[in-house]
Design a protein. Structure first.
Length: 546
């Protein structure tokens, strides 16, 4: 696809989804002992200004679900992996920079089919335990993340690398060992590509493409190769990262330690930030946003390429009624929705950002069929007509429609749907917290792993573990498969057909476009952020309070 940039704006729908807080391991590596209390305790809260160590205090909204790069599916885990691991390249503020790979080059493309070879030249570097990191560590990790038995949430990304055999391996058609990636020697990796991809290098910055040390008796998190290493993770409330003394670029790592706490109490977080207890928070009270945007240069707003939408639970019999789905999708009052959105958010009638273009450079939004979501009197009349034909209305179903949410922001949007259904269809709906499959409509948020419709359409594929809608359509699946193995024109045509199929069957409701907000203390300098939204403190500095 022409001029496509892989957008890394956590949650590879990698995906930003609300995570349940799970217990973290009680392990503490003997090589990374912490000399003093490292969580943000009440004692430290009162004495923090007396600490002379170069320690950054950072809050993340949820405890991580995994420290295994291949298993990451939430933004918290991805943010931590971005500090503790390093791939061939790094994304800093949207620029792809050399990391473990010092350099790389493409061969001349084959004149007949456009195939070519990409070669990476690795620098000499070490794992945090002092052992050498070699090319086979990458090959081992990559084959592992493609392995169907591992069930990596973002294994499907391999389909869009254009590496020969990668797509077939994901579908279980060939062995991962037969994918065209190889270690020529300890410091050289070659990839055979079907054709050149504009976003392959950006894909390689994601957690599933990090190296993993080949030692089965080790926990994945015990040995890493990034600027920091895990030191202590004793609960679902905090985590400590220490400077990795073995990191190849350790001389440019200024922070000695990062103390991470996990909390969703945004009022307390904001208070702690203002009092200097925390230097970085990304969960900010909604009533503070307008003032911060106008007055505080520590408040940063980033465009986010992602989709906020709702899906129907096709696992429930009544949601298989297309008339009911169409009625519910078309009766959402966009005027009420606009009033409920926060700073910078805008109502959306499509899942796709305007920046997505096809092989002709034309906006996807100009070739897909989603004008039907435009809210007007005609749409309301159509919704009422569809509802009248539904089994739900005919049977006078007394069980209320359940609209599920994962967080406070989604709860507010769920209430918009609730009001819309009461106003336009006369339906009483319940707004409930998400639990397994006990829902009819689920509010979702997915970040785009790259600037292509496939980044969101993959979540509707039958074998995708994150297919919350439980949508299963062999024709749709074949279109997605075709898109991952075809040239640009056929790729785009297949994705357009796949998207239009979802619209025709009314599987989702587009809701709004989002932005990222973050507060970073002016004391913190030289930090960066990937286009996917992952923070990078590998070169960050913390100015002294004195």
């Amino acid at each position: 696809m022409k001029n496509r940039l892989l957008i890394f704006v956590i949650s590879i729908s990698i995906l930003f989804s609300a995570c349940s807080q799970e217990k973290m391991g009680q392990k503490q590596s003997s090589s990374t002992q912490v000399e003093e209390t490292t969580s943000v305790t009440e004692t430290e809260t009162t004495t923090i200004k007396k600490i002379d160590k170069n320690i950054l205090y950072w809050n993340l909204i949820n405890a991580p679900k995994s420290y295994d790069p291949a298993a990451v599916k939430d933004l918290t885990s991805a943010n931590i992996i971005n500090q503790t691991y390093e791939g061939l390249v790094r994304d800093q503020d949207g620029t792809i920079l050399p990391a473990i790979a010092e350099s790389w080059e493409y061969s001349e493309a084959n004149q007949e089919d456009g195939s070519l070879t990409l070669t990476f030249h690795l620098r000499k570097s070490k794992w945090s335990d002092g052992s050498d990191l070699v090319a086979d560590d990458f090959i081992y990790a990559w084959q592992r993340s493609m392995n169907l038995q591992i069930q990596s949430p973002f294994a499907w990304l391999w389909k869009y690398t254009n590496i020969k055999g990668a797509s077939q391996a994901i579908y279980g058609e060939i062995r991962t060992e037969d994918v065209a990636i190889r270690a020529v020697d300890d410091y050289t990796i070659e990839m055979d590509l079907e054709r050149k991809s504009d976003y392959l290098l950006s894909i390689l910055t994601l957690p599933p493409f990090m190296p993993v040390k080949q030692k089965e008796e080790l926990e994945i998190s015990e040995v890493s190769n990034g600027p920091f290493q895990m030191a202590l993770g004793g609960s679902n409330e905090y985590l400590v990262l220490l400077k990795n003394k073995e990191y190849w670029n350790v001389d440019n790592v200024q922070l000695e330690q990062i103390n991470i706490q996990f909390s969703d109490d945004n009022s307390k977080l904001f208070e702690d930030f203002e009092n200097g207890v925390l230097q970085v928070i990304d969960y900010i009270p909604n009533d503070k946003l307008m003032r911060l945007a106008a007055e505080d240069d520590q408040f940063r707003i980033f465009s986010q390429l992602g989709a906020n939408y709702a899906v129907f639970n096709l696992g429930k019999e009544r949601m298989r009624d297309e008339h009911l789905r169409r009625a519910l999708a078309l009766s959402v009052d966009r005027a009420i929705l606009e009033q409920s959105l926060f700073l910078g958010q805008k109502s959306a009638t499509t899942l796709l950002p305007k920046s997505f273009t096809d092989y002709r450079g034309k906006e996807y939004n100009q070739v897909i069929d989603d004008d039907i979501f435009t809210f007007n009197p005609e749409t309301i009349n159509l919704a009422k007509s569809e509802f009248a034909e539904s089994d739900f209305e005919a049977s006078k179903d007394t069980e209320k429609i359940k609209i599920a949410y994962n967080n406070y922001e989604q709860k507010l949007i769920a209430e918009v749907l609730q009001k819309s259904y009461k106003k336009n269809l006369g339906i009483e709906a319940l707004v409930v917290a998400y639990t397994d499959n006990d829902w009819d409509i689920l509010l979702r948020h997915n970040r785009f792993a790259f600037s292509c419709p496939a980044a969101i359409l993959e979540y509707f594929e039958s074998n995708n573990d994150d297919n919350k809608a439980d949508y299963r359509n062999p024709e749709f699946d074949q279109l997605i498969k075709t898109a991952s193995t075809s040239d640009w024109q056929e790729h785009d045509q297949a994705l357009t057909k796949a998207y239009n199929k979802l619209v025709a069957e009314m599987i989702f409701i587009p809701l709004y476009y989002d932005q990222d907000y973050i507060l970073v203390s002016n004391r913190v300098t030289r930090w960066s952020r990937s286009l996917y939204g992952l923070l990078d403190f590998s070169e960050a500095e913390l100015e002294s309070l004195e």
